[in-house]
Write a protein that binds this ligand. Structure first.
Ligand code: AMP
Length: 396
């Protein structure tokens, strides 16, 4: 199989699916360019090997056709600056415009296509749409890990038109390498820390992890579904009533597999969901009526940090509390610090999933952990052990 390192890009046009789904403010300025930066190694590799680049991406969730706020034209200048190369813009990804522009594209140049999702065929995985995209180039590179779990035209279907010349970009390559390091080549003790609001999003991944981890730490809002399922008093804390059985089942499975499942023993409770709420510390199963648990307590922090510091492989997904508010950030911040400490002592640590990534960035610890996944939903699905359409399409 060809890879980005073995393929000869000289005078070739590479169609690269990137994830340029970046946030823009009301003046259409990019407020976080991490996703664009993440695609640069692949883009630069093709350009420096004598090829030209055709970039395609989605941006936001347009409903029917063109919407100014979702136009990729707002990204042209910044992409050009980061790539250090001229960027041309095709005002539509279909029709004659991109065909003519790609015919005239010279080695060292970049052509950025307008938002794929201005055409409903993209998300439908339409074959003719994919074929037209494919006709623009000689080789296809998928470097959009964030959308690899979708069977869209540009992420999966298009690959079949490049039976020989299809490959992963550097971003997807490193995502897979690092996630596999956790899932397949882990060293023990292996500790997973799962937090965030809801258990329903994480059941699949927890089940898969129970096959591998030594310690499974539960935190955040999902804790209260486990606590209530065991008969504890959770007050007005967030609970998924229809998942109480699932929680009990996971507790049983952990026991059967000899996994140390850790629920926080104490928590910080608030009289309302507000940054100025009154707070107190209670046992996790004794939340007073009308109060809600919004962070783990001091005893929990000590116990959890200790386990993390002793671990050799660490996976963190989801905050321990409502870390967006100062009064409820201690748990999340302590976990981030403990992971950084363990990493410094030689552990391999992977942080993934939207909010834990925001947390690790908030505490400026992103470069103190081994890897921060850009994946979100794609990472969770991959960790559940599912095959991602965007990955399969390249491997088949
Ligand atoms: P998720 O997207 O499922 O990872 O959830 C992340 C969100 O969960 C963050 O915005 C947190 O503020 C929120 N969260 C964490 N702990 C709690 C809690 N105890 N109660 C309510 N929300 C929480």
């Amino acid at each position: 199989m060809n890879t980005i390192d073995t393929f000869d890009f000289k005078k070739k046009k590479a169609l690269i699916r990137v994830d340029f789904n970046v946030p823009l403010n009301s003046d259409y300025e990019i407020t976080d360019d991490n996703r664009i930066r993440a695609a640069m190694p692949t883009i630069k590799k093709v350009l420096s090997s004598g090829g030209s680049v055709i970039l395609m991406s989605h941006l936001g969730r347009p409903k029917t056709g063109y919407e100014e706020k979702f136009s990729l034209k707002h990204l042209v200048k910044h992409v050009s600056k980061l790539a250090g190369a001229p960027v041309k813009f095709a005002s539509d990804c279909m029709g004659n415009v991109p065909i003519e522009m790609s015919e005239n594209l010279k080695p060292g140049e970049i052509l950025l296509l307008e938002n794929l999702r201005f055409h409903k065929e993209e998300e439908k995985g339409n074959e003719e749409f994919a074929a037209e995209l494919a006709s623009l180039a000689d080789v296809y590179i998928n470097d959009a890990f964030g959308t690899a779990h979708r069977a869209h035209a540009s992420t999966a279907i298009v690959a079949k038109f490049f039976p020989e010349n299809k490959m992963f970009g550097y971003l997807i390559e490193s995502e897979l390498k690092n996630i596999d390091k956790v899932l397949k080549d882990f060293r023990v003790p292996f500790t997973a820390i799962m937090g965030g609001a809801k258990v329903s999003d994480k059941i699949g991944i927890i089940e898969n992890l129970l096959e591998k981890v030594n310690n499974l730490i539960i935190g955040g809002g999902m804790t209260y579904t486990f606590v209530k399922a065991q008969g504890g008093k959770v007050g007005s804390s967030i609970v998924e009533e229809d998942k109480l059985d699932v929680a009990l089942d996971l507790i049983e499975k952990a026991k059967a597999k000899n996994v140390n499942l850790i629920l926080p023993p104490d928590n910080i409770v608030a009289d309302k969901f507000d940054k100025n709420a009154s707070v107190q510390e209670t046992a996790i199963d004794k939340v007073p009526d009308g109060w809600l648990g919004l962070d783990i307590g001091r005893e929990s922090i000590n116990e959890i940090s200790e386990i993390i510091r002793e671990s050799k492989t660490i996976l963190w997904n989801g905050p321990m509390g409502v870390f967006e508010m100062e009064k409820f950030e201690a748990g999340t911040k302590s976990v981030a610090l403990a992971i950084a400490e363990a990493t410094d002592k030689g552990a391999f640590s992977l942080v993934g999933g939207g909010d834990s990534v925001s947390a690790i960035n908030k505490y400026k610890l992103a470069d103190k952990v081994s890897y921060v996944s850009t994946g979100g939903g794609a990472m969770l699905e991959y960790m559940e052990g599912r095959e991602l359409p965007g990955i399969k399409a390249i491997k088949d």
